[in-house]
Design a protein. Sequence first.
Length: 276
Amino acid sequence: MGDGDEAKNGCALSSLASSLSVLGLFTEQHPTWSADAINEALGFSRPTGYRYVRELVSSGLVARIAPGTYALGPRIIELDFQIRLSDPLLKAGLPVIQELVESTGCEVNLIGLYGDHIVTTHQQPGIERLPLSFGRGRPLPAFRGAGSKIIVAHFGKNKLKKLYDANIDQAHQAGLGSDWDSVRSALAQLKKQGHAVSQGELDPGFVGVAAPVFASDGEILGSVIAALTRHRLGITDLDRLIAKIKGGGQQISERVAHWAKTQAPPTSLPQRAKAA
């Protein structure tokens, strides 16, 4: 690859990151944006910002709902449908999750990781449907809740320190310690024991028991978590539940590794992709 190709790839990656930053502006609190407001929020020049908006509208990721006003577009729904069908973590985890629900009666959720963002990717209700605040698709706090804690416990030192510096109050309030050394030590203990338990950290009256899920190369991929009420915890064998969830996390990791070995990437582009 020549210098010119590398420069083009660098520009393409920069444009992709910028487009993703535009999509990241759309939230429950701010569902619509004007192009000028997008430019101001992200520091784009007017021509650059308008180009990104046009490209996103053309792709269906953003929709024009009124003159100069934009919202997330229907392509998001299509991609959500596709990830439900093709997500390796979900395909590997779903049979295990269903067995865990049947054997424990708890709600069992799958939590995914990208970068330092943690999000619930699947919810499987148990005996009773729990009114949890952080449902599918909603980002989870990095240091609160068993599902997040067991994930960040597997971060490298530098990545963890950066995350800690950005969420110091949250880390301290989650009972992990009052300074960096104590937080790091507490997370190292969670990593060593292979599970995390939280009570009322995300929703009062609810308990979470989580175990890590790993990619085929041993990198942390996410977690599996059982959620139950404190009342149900009182009639539950906690040690048995922990063992079941840890075993489930190991099974999902093994299934992910098997999936990675058996699913060869395509040797040519599908006809639809070529046409695009």
